[in-house]
Design a protein around this ligand. Structure first.
Ligand code: HEC
Ligand code: HEC
Length: 320
């Protein structure tokens, strides 16, 4: 139970992604991949700072790659465990484990080249050519610009080494074959989006933060319901629909909804009415400008009228 709790929300989403892919285009030989780029990332202070921001708050890497207290409403990362092996997710068949991504030479990424780390983050290929289980949201991270990916690598290199290795993930057949078909190499440069056009920049942030991975590609929610030890919870409709989405939420309300998690008392526990698996506490560290840009982008997606009961009673779940 404790384990399940720890990765609450992560297993099912990944599994749905796996099943959604279907078995078309499966290759027996191995995933489509390209050799890792030989580039060497220069660790400037500016890059490390940008990488810290992206890893903690935009990519929310430590919602998986760290030790956390998931009963707390703010789900804080245990300080100093950023990048540590996060155990294995029992919600999956086989073994799905959160890798150690600290700078430890054997247990972590210490001996990987910068290009190998960049390829794992955006293209889903491990150092040895193995396809990563897509619970690692490489499909969302694929949109990280070259410059932001370099920043992530520069920052990961600064994480204090943890010697605790993570078991290598292994999925049973046929999932093992399905995940092989998922990676596709990036072709060419991934340019950084305009930061002056807030809708374009908001779209970028929304994509790399993986909002659509949980709320659905149409952002209408209700696509993912998890039965947690505290009770069931579904993803919300975050389209601009006035009645069933966030159409009535002002930009200020939206930003505040996130920022409120920074002030939460860490001893505040989740209840059946508040349980969530959205990493609010990590996203809350995004700047107001970035959260505002996400809001501006979400205003432009088609409104979907779809009533979602975010905290259904167990009876409502059974009826579905
Ligand atoms: C939702 C959970 C989740 C999030 C968020 C996440 N990861 Fe992962 N990551 C995983 C899992 C699971 C694996 C292992 C997959 C496997 O072994 O097949 C992994 C593997 C990796 C690997 C490859 C390690 C290896 O030994 O092969 C790297 C590098 C990595 N993640 C970096 C990141 C970075 C950087 C971020 C944030 C930008 C991030 N991850 C966010 C779940 C996550
Ligand atoms: C790991 C899954 C997950 C991710 C990633 C995620 N969400 Fe959520 N989100 C949820 C769940 C579950 C709920 C409903 C429970 C709650 O309110 O926390 C929710 C609720 C919300 C709400 C509250 C809606 C309301 O009507 O009160 C907003 C706003 C929201 N998400 C925006 C976002 C944005 C923007 C992103 C990307 C930056 C995002 N979410 C990423 C799972 C996720």
């Amino acid at each position: 139970m404790k384990k399940f709790f720890k990765y609450l929300g992560l297993g099912l989403g990944g599994l749905l992604v796996l099943l959604g892919v279907g078995l078309t285009g499966v290759q027996v030989l191995g995933p489509r991949s390209r050799p890792a780029s030989p580039e060497k990332v220069e660790a400037t202070a500016e890059r490390i700072e940008r990488g810290r921001y992206l890893a903690h708050h935009v990519g929310a890497c430590f919602s998986c790659h760290a030790q956390k207290d998931l009963t707390s409403m703010s789900r804080p990362v245990v300080p100093g465990t950023e990048g540590f092996a996060g155990g294995c997710d029992p919600g999956f068949p086989g073994k799905v484990c959160f890798s150690n991504i600290t700078s430890h030479p054997a247990a972590g990424l210490g001996e990987w080249t910068d290009g190998e780390v960049m390829r794992a983050i955006r293209e889903g290929i491990s150092r040895d050519g193995r396809p990563l289980v897509p619970l690692m949201p490489y499909d969302a991270y694929r949109s990280f610009s070259d410059e932001d990916t370099r920043a992530l690598v520069a920052y990961l290199r600064t994480l204090p080494a943890s010697a605790e290795p993570s078991p290598v993930s292994a999925l049973p057949f046929p999932l093992s074959v399905v995940v092989k078909a998922m990676p596709s190499p990036l072709e060419g440069e991934v340019a950084h989006p305009s930061t002056t056009d807030t809708v374009a920049y908001g779209r970028y942030l929304t994509t790399v933060s993986g909002c659509g991975g949980c709320h659905g590609s149409d952002f209408a929610g209700g696509n993912l319901t998890l039965d947690t030890p505290m009770g069931p919870v579904s993803t919300a409709n975050i389209t601009p629909d006035v009645e069933t989405g966030i159409g009535q939420m002002t930009r200020e309300n939206f930003i505040f909804r996130f920022k409120a998690y920074q002030q939460l008392d860490p001893s505040l526990k989740m209840t059946p009415q508040t349980v969530t698996f959205m990493p609010w506490g990590l996203f809350a560290g995004m700047t107001e400008a970035d959260l505002g840009a996400i809001y501006d982008y979400l205003r432009t997606v088609p409104a979907v009228r779809k009533q979602v009961i975010v905290h259904p009673s167990p009876r409502e779940v059974a009826a579905n």
